[in-house]
Design a protein around this ligand. Structure first.
Ligand SMILES: [Zn+2]
Length: 394
């Protein structure tokens, strides 16, 4: 017997409506292999008075087979294909035609954006209605099907987010159930920029907030972060026998072990070169002011992330601040457009995303010994944005 439970979370903005996803819960009694999952389960089963164990098989041969339902539009196919390609480019997981397969995913329209966790056997749906049309939501649902749970369900989540169940409707409180460390593991630290994390107040005003308030708008980012991809590699045992010497937080690419998968802003075989779509500057010891326009003349299905790299002499501290941000859309998740100053020492993690002006995050002076300093710019729609900024070294 299977049971489908859907919870729809809606983010209202002045520009678009994005329906968050939830997990489809299945009866796993037929599975005997206990699976360690990197994220703990969102148990949407309280209404059924049952508990779901973390018995979620991975896809065999690291391959997820899929088919498209006839109601999936060409545009949606293109978006989902982009999402799968991004995962293939960054992991050893493969996606392949499931027409002749028994165990497979069927992308189908309707009923929100939702997926089962892991491979449940037979043909399992990923529901992907028209409001799901962000590449990062596609990645979110596919990651569920690959076996990844929500970030806000991790057993260590209380160190990073505050849940106030008094502000959560009783019917939604099961979304915050945690699974013990005996039943799950977290290979990397909590990631506010994970595509598996819901936005603040997803379950009502005052329901969920970031303990580090700098990350309030970052929560809900639908991108598919560096650590999201690395978690998949860890979970599916995608590894290389040796490290060719990856720099700046990169690690060996399981698709080509002589190359590295790089953190945002870096490229080249060893992550020591400029990333694509990058503008570089060299800082001096006095402030220089620059302005950059960025955007992409495509639809909401696209994700475009150019970046800025600021270099300074070795051993210097770089200081950076925005002086203006034009044509930004303030919303939780900054999913229309946003900027990210990657000032934190660990280049793997998502730094706070800026798309609002309701605190000093956007105008703050950032100081970092990261050299180069990377500033990510992103947009998903046909929006042209302008950033003006100053930098120097001290
Ligand atoms: Zn989900």
């Amino acid at each position: 017997m299977r049971m489908l439970i859907l919870v729809f979370l809606t983010i209202q903005t002045t520009f678009s409506k994005i329906v968050e996803s939830d997990i489809l819960v299945n009866d796993l009694k037929n599975f005997s292999n206990k699976r360690r999952s990197e994220f703990i389960s969102l148990d949407s089963v309280s209404r059924s008075k049952r508990q779901v164990s973390t018995v979620y098989p991975k896809w065999t041969d690291k391959t997820l087979y899929y088919i498209f339902d006839s109601n999936i539009s060409d545009e949606k196919k293109a978006l989902l294909t982009t999402a799968m390609q991004r995962i293939m480019n960054n992991t050893c997981i493969r996606f392949a035609d499931g027409s002749s397969q028994t165990n497979r995913v069927k992308f189908t329209n309707g009923d929100g954006c939702a997926s089962y966790i892991g491979m449940i056997g037979g043909t399992q749906p990923i529901y992907f209605e028209d409001t799901c049309m962000l590449t990062g939501i596609g990645i979110h649902e596919i990651m569920h099907a690959l076996g990844v749970y929500h970030e806000h369900s991790r057993y260590d989540r209380d160190d990073y987010i505050t849940i106030n169940l008094a502000n959560v409707p009783a019917s939604s409180q099961s979304n915050f159930k945690k699974i013990s460390s005996q039943e799950s593991y977290n290979p990397y630290s909590f990631e506010y920029g994970s595509t598996m994390l819901y936005s603040v107040n997803s379950f009502g005003t005052g329901s969920m907030s970031a303990k580090n308030s700098d990350y309030s708008r970052t929560m809900g980012l639908r991108k598919g972060s560096f650590l999201d991809m690395k978690i998949l590699n860890t979970d599916y045992d995608c590894s290389c026998p040796s490290d060719p010497g990856c720099q700046n937080g990169g690690y060996p690419n399981p698709n080509d072990c002589s190359q590295c998968l790089c953190t945002d802003g870096f490229g080249g075989a060893l992550c020591t070169e400029n990333a694509a779509n990058q503008v570089t500057f060299t800082a001096s010891n006095t402030y220089v002011t620059k302005s950059i326009n960025f955007g992409l003349n495509q639809t909401i299905t696209s994700f475009y992330q150019p970046s800025i790299a600021i270099y300074a002499p070795s051993g210097k501290t770089i200081q950076f601040r925005f002086t203006s941000l034009s044509n930004f859309y303030c919303m939780n998740g900054c999913n229309m457009n946003g900027v990210e100053v990657k000032y934190m020492t660990d280049r793997r993690i998502t730094n706070p995303i800026i798309c609002c002006f309701d605190n000093d995050l956007w105008s703050r002076l950032y100081s970092t010994t990261n050299n180069p300093l990377i500033i990510n710019l992103h947009t998903r729609v046909a929006v042209q944005s302008t950033v003006k900024f100053q930098f120097r070294y001290i």
